[in-house]
Design a protein around this ligand. Structure first.
Ligand code: PMP
Length: 305
């Protein structure tokens, strides 16, 4: 089936019909990966559509832009308003939001000071790794591709070019029949999934890989750390060897798109009982509870549209 697009999109300060949000083929970003972006979800809550941690996502967009010397031509407030506008104008409830800022047409040199263009799109989105994934988990594999080393491309920036790595990891996994790929860092220790952070559970304690393991320190990762600690579950950030994936009681992936996806096997070896374990189920309950009112949002993470 052909992709269905929403009617409206925001670009360079204006809401416009989807088809009119065009850019030049010689835009810098298209050739060199010079874009920074965010992936944000909105949820249909009892109080109407709410954008989850919009402020934190937009702050990360500005930090990613700073790393690449991109001066965004719009303020935080303008971009926050644009995010709300694309949801409202398209009549969306639960959806995925994609703000992107990129180097446009204005020079072909690598360090060219091109104009910075900005767009915000939103479209309806269900579970990213398939509807079954959240409940039954997925089979993952360790990728033959490593993440880029910390002194090559900064993993802490959510930049378009980084996703060449993610594409190699995700495409290889799918080609081999797995639901998702997990990458090692250049150290040989665990890094993260193609587009998700990793948590392992040992004896009821959550272990996640540190910022130094070439990860994007996800906002969902931070959400789970906070919800877990609040619930009395210990969380540690530490270097994790690959084989711990096979030894853990539970493994899960998390991200805005993947939400909380249990991993039932890695490299064909069953993880724990081969289904979502106790800690994963508790985190899912707490996380999804934010959107139907079962978990009190004392952090102000739900930002009303
Ligand atoms: N790592 C990578 C490489 C990602 O692309 C994402 C998705 N943005 C994540 C981790 C998870 O980040 P977040 O929870 O902020 O979506």
């Amino acid at each position: 089936m052909a992709q269905q697009y929403p009617e409206w999109i925001w670009q360079n300060g204006h809401i416009k019909p989807w088809a009119e949000a065009t850019t030049h083929v010689m835009s810098h970003a298209l050739h060199y990966g010079s874009s920074v972006f965010e992936g944000i979800r909105s949820y249909a809550t009892p109080d109407g559509a709410a954008i989850f941690r919009l402020t934190d996502h937009l702050n990360r967009l500005f930090l990613s832009a700073k790393i690449y010397d991109m001066q965004l031509p719009h303020s935080f407030e303008e971009l926050a308003a644009a995010c709300r506008e694309v949801i409202r104008k398209n009549g969306l409830g639960a959806s995925y939001l994609r703000p992107v800022a990129y180097r446009g047409l204005g020079g072909f040199g690598l360090s060219a000071e091109t104009p910075i263009e900005v767009a915000v799109a939103a479209w309806p989105m269900g579970p990213y790794l398939g509807p079954e994934a959240l409940q039954n988990g997925i089979d993952a594999c360790v990728s033959s591709w490593q993440r880029f080393a910390p002194n090559t491309i900064p993993a802490g920036a959510k930049a378009g070019g980084n996703y060449l790595s993610g594409q190699l990891i995700a495409r290889e996994a799918r080609r081999l029949g797995f639901g998702e790929g997990i990458a090692l860092a250049s150290s040989g220790l665990l890094s993260e999934g193609a587009g998700e952070n990793l948590f392992l559970v040992f004896d009821g304690v959550l272990h996640t890989t540190p910022a130094s393991a070439s990860i994007l320190a996800g906002i969902t990762r931070d959400t789970l750390k906070t919800l877990a600690r609040e619930d009395g579950i210990e969380v540690v950030e530490r270097d994790i060897p690959r084989e711990y994936l096979y030894l853990a009681d539970e493994v899960l992936m998390c991200g805005t798109a993947a939400e909380i996806t249990p991993i039932r096997s890695v490299d064909g070896k069953q993880v724990g009982a081969g289904k979502a374990g106790r800690v994963t189920l508790r985190l899912q309950e707490l996380f999804f509870g934010l959107f139907d009112g079962r978990t009190h949002d004392k952090w102000g993470w739900l930002e009303q549209v």
